[in-house]
Design a protein around this ligand. Structure first.
Ligand code: HEM
Length: 181
């Protein structure tokens, strides 16, 4: 019974401070809930949505396809058939799931993001490509979720992805400055 009551209280925010920004991320509990709720909808078809999102990304930013040897010359309508493209779509979606799962554990999130920055820096990918990807992501959410993507949903994701960008950017800056003595 106690568990039921506390779960209901949690879901409806009873007794939770919903509007004080978290020190590490700047996100409030209300914003974190909005992110989790929208991601639950996207996750109903994580793989399919990932493929549609990445196809949209390459339509919005065709120049970013150049980093992908396996499909850089493919037309947008051929991308869904490419296994390397589907693999990258899948990993991006799983990484976004880890962002959502770790909204309350920023130290873990930072570690995941730094590793991602390191592996991509070596491929000449820079912060602009991540900014491109996340701009498409917000439009993808709005188009996919329609009315369910409220102003709160959009502003919450923008804030969270702003944190993601700043972690990746500072790691890439450290990498471009070379090893510290
Ligand atoms: C949330 C953002 C992203 C995530 C989670 C992600 C994740 C990954 C992972 C897990 C891999 C394979 C293993 C590795 O080397 O780390 C990979 C490979 C790669 N990523 Fe990303 N990536 C992201 C964004 C980007 C962006 C913005 C670009 C460029 C526009 C990009 C380009 C690539 C390329 C070219 C590869 C190698 C692909 C291959 O060899 O088939 N990634 N990514």
């Amino acid at each position: 019974m106690g568990l039921v009551v506390s779960t209901v209280q949690y879901i409806f925010g009873v007794g939770r401070d919903m509007d004080t920004p978290d020190e590490a991320t700047g996100l409030t509990e209300r914003q974190k809930d909005a992110i989790r709720a929208s991601w639950a909808l996207v996750s109903i078809n994580l793989k399919g949505n990932g493929v549609s999102f990445l196809i949209k990304f390459f339509q919005d930013y065709p120049e970013d396809k150049a980093f992908f040897e396996a499909f850089k010359d493919k037309k947008p309508e051929e991308l869904g058939d490419n296994p390397k493209m589907r693999a990258h779509a899948s990993t991006v979606m799983h990484a976004l799931t880890s962002v959502v799962d770790n909204l309350d554990d920023p130290e873990c999130l930072i570690d995941i993001l730094k590793k991602n920055a390191q592996s991509h820096f070596g491929r000449n990918i820079r912060i602009q490509q991540y900014k491109d990807l996340f701009e498409t992501f917000i439009r993808f959410l709005q188009e996919g979720l329609g009315d369910k993507c409220t102003d709160l949903t959009k502003e919450s994701w923008e804030k969270a992805l702003g944190v993601v960008v700043s972690v990746i950017e500072s790691e890439m800056t450290a990498l471009s400055n070379g090893p510290t003595k």
